[in-house]
Design a protein around this ligand. Sequence first.
Ligand SMILES: Cc1cc2nc3c(=O)[nH]c(=O)nc-3n(C[C@H](O)[C@H](O)[C@H](O)COP(=O)(O)OP(=O)(O)OC[C@H]3O[C@@H](n4cnc5c(N)ncnc54)[C@H](O)[C@@H]3O)c2cc1C
Length: 265
Amino acid sequence: MAVGNYRKTQVLKSELITPNYKRVVLGGTDLQSFPSGYESGYVKLLFTKQGDVLREEEAFEQLAKKNIMLRTYTVRAFDKATATLTIDFALHTSEKGASPASDWAKAANLGDEIIIGGPGATKLANPDAPWFLFVGDMTALPAISCNLEQLPSTARGITILEVTSEADIHQLNKPDNIEVIWRVNPTPGQNSPLLTAIQSIEWPSMTPYVWCACEFEAMRSIRRFLKREKQLEKQDMYISSYWKYGRTEDQHKVDKRTDAELEGQ
Ligand SMILES: Cc1cc2nc3c(=O)[nH]c(=O)nc-3n(C[C@H](O)[C@H](O)[C@H](O)COP(=O)(O)OP(=O)(O)OC[C@H]3O[C@@H](n4cnc5c(N)ncnc54)[C@H](O)[C@@H]3O)c2cc1C
């Protein structure tokens, strides 16, 4: 039963879109009350601190013990008529051990349950911008795909995407005048090709709207470039780190807060 913004869901479908990118479609009666219009926003997947899926029957007990771990994922699609929620997972491994969310998605099978929290605010580009630059790695691909699908058909711009392998490159549903540049990096989190790719594009004279999400250090180098070299202001961009190399989501969150405080000074 849905409690507040927490809903129990079941896997209805899971399929590899490409070797490192898996789509999971969730269903269940709790999703009947999930609100429409949150594509590009996020949900939180609930695990115990040991990395196990949080089960409904133990949820209150684990919440009371503060034995909960959250993982953030983009609402790729929600269909109100069928009450189905689609989440796309960048699959990855960790030298340090478990990656609860990615591991769960890799193994996801029909009927598997997971509790989700949310949804949280959408992350959409300003549709009135004269041109757009979207930049991201595979964790941002779902949100960038939502953005591209919601742009007016006349929109112009460039999308730069970092994927883990050549086989992860795939067709995107997008306006005709949005060019897509793919960059392959088999070592996500290290040697990101995103900044170099941004530096090599032809930059029109009008101020763009830049939407960028990727690994923490890559994001910081891109943000520096956009602010210092391109003089972009806060209102001209959405820029965020979606994960940090060598750090779990909980650790990344701490680093992100410190970074935001320093950046705001
Ligand atoms: C607003 C928002 C929306 C997001 N939407 C999506 C989405 O739709 N799809 C998606 O796949 N991700 C998305 N992410 C990123 C996702 O939340 C993180 O990648 C998360 O850390 C994955 O959790 P985990 O349990 O698999 O690994 P964790 O337990 O958090 O980390 C374990 C190890 O894996 C590494 N790691 C984490 N993510 C990656 C990665 N992508 N590639 C390589 N190594 C990694 C960490 O550095 C760490 O060493 C989003 C993040 C945010 C903030």
